[in-house]
Ligand binder design. Structure first.
Ligand code: ADP
Length: 298
């Protein structure tokens, strides 16, 4: 199964251009869509999930035209939105059973088996009688996966899944997701670079509705390898460094900023080389787009 997104554009009535000629080809496996808040990720996810129409462009999933064959696409789609709205006073087991009926699984005994299997898979079997209102963020996300799996989806869309999860919950969620990627196209939309680094074999970076990079995370890291330099500076020096160098990121370490600079050679005194990371790749593309310079001088 292959997902082909061609020339997709969307401008909201208030003039915000959320998608700007997006082209992506996505194969079976885990695909990470990385971008800052407001980049256009949710707009793209909702469009892929047949919930919203673009102004122009086309989306092909295997033999299906996603924009015109919505009903057929929904049968093989699992969509896990940012906030999975749950009915607080219903138990996990009852709601899952109810959703299964809505998906057309009318045979009672096969439905029971399926619901039980999904509760086990998502590690919710022990809390199946508990009302969803009492679930933690991670449990709700796993419930979201369980409902997304009711129909053995071929396309799974997961929008900003790990915001607000504690590390153990996040880990459990990641393991579930990577299992799904073995037989479906799984698109993970996130602003968290580590989520993509840990899970995805293919990725894209989006900002202001434009795809800035599309490829393999490890190859992208290899491209900036040897070109990332770090230096610890004083807070008051940051603006000057940003003027003088291609500062791709700055983070506080024990209260003091450490900057990463992209440069083919040693940028100056006090800099030392540092191992490139996906975070460096991400910020180099975001930085390059904001200053309209090429991301990496190859
Ligand atoms: P992301 O998911 O990456 O945060 P979104 O797709 O939600 O990005 O938003 C992209 C841009 O479109 C943002 O500037 C956002 O404010 C704007 N936007 C999103 N939805 C709407 C809407 N329904 N009406 C107007 N603007 C919107």
């Amino acid at each position: 199964m292959k997902l082909q997104i061609s020339n997709l554009s969307k401008t909201y009535p208030n003039g915000t251009r959320a998608l700007d000629h997006v082209n992506l080809e996505i194969q079976t496996g885990m695909f990470g869509l990385l971008g800052p808040n407001g980049a256009g990720k949710s707009t793209l996810m909702r469009t892929l999930a047949t919930l919203q129409m673009p102004d122009t462009g086309s989306i092909q999933l295997g033999g299906l035209n996603v924009l015109t064959q919505k009903k057929e696409v929904r049968q093989i789609l699992g969509y896990l939105p940012q906030e999975f709205g749950v009915y607080p006073k219903v138990s996990a087991e009852r709601l899952l059973d109810h959703l299964a009926v809505l998906k057309g699984i009318t045979d009672k005994s096969s439905r029971k088996k399926l619901v039980q299997a999904l509760l086990e898979k998502t590690n919710l079997y022990d809390v199946r009688k508990k009302n969803l209102g009492g679930f933690s963020g991670g449990m709700k996300q796993r419930f979201g996966i369980a409902q997304a799996l009711l129909t053995r989806p071929k396309l799974i869309i997961v929008d900003e899944p790990t915001a607000g999860l504690d590390p153990a919950e996040r880990n459990r969620f990641h393991n579930l997701l990577s299992e799904l990627g073995e037989e479906a196209v799984v698109i993970l939309s996130t602003h968290i670079v580590d989520d993509v680094k840990e899970l995805c074999t293919s990725m894209a970076i989006i900002n202001h509705g434009k795809i800035l990079m599309h490829g393999n995370p490890l190859e992208a890291i290899a491209e900036v390898e040897g070109k990332v330099w770090k230096k610890r500076i004083h807070k008051t020096e940051l603006a000057d460094y940003e003027k003088a160098y291609q500062v791709i990121s700055n983070m506080l370490i024990a209260g003091q900023p450490e900057i990463h600079v992209l440069s083919d050679s040693m940028p100056g005194e006090g800099f030392s080389p540092t191992e490139a990371d996906l975070e460096d790749v991400y910020f180099s593309y975001i930085h390059a787009a904001s200053t309209a310079e090429p991301a990496v001088s190859a």
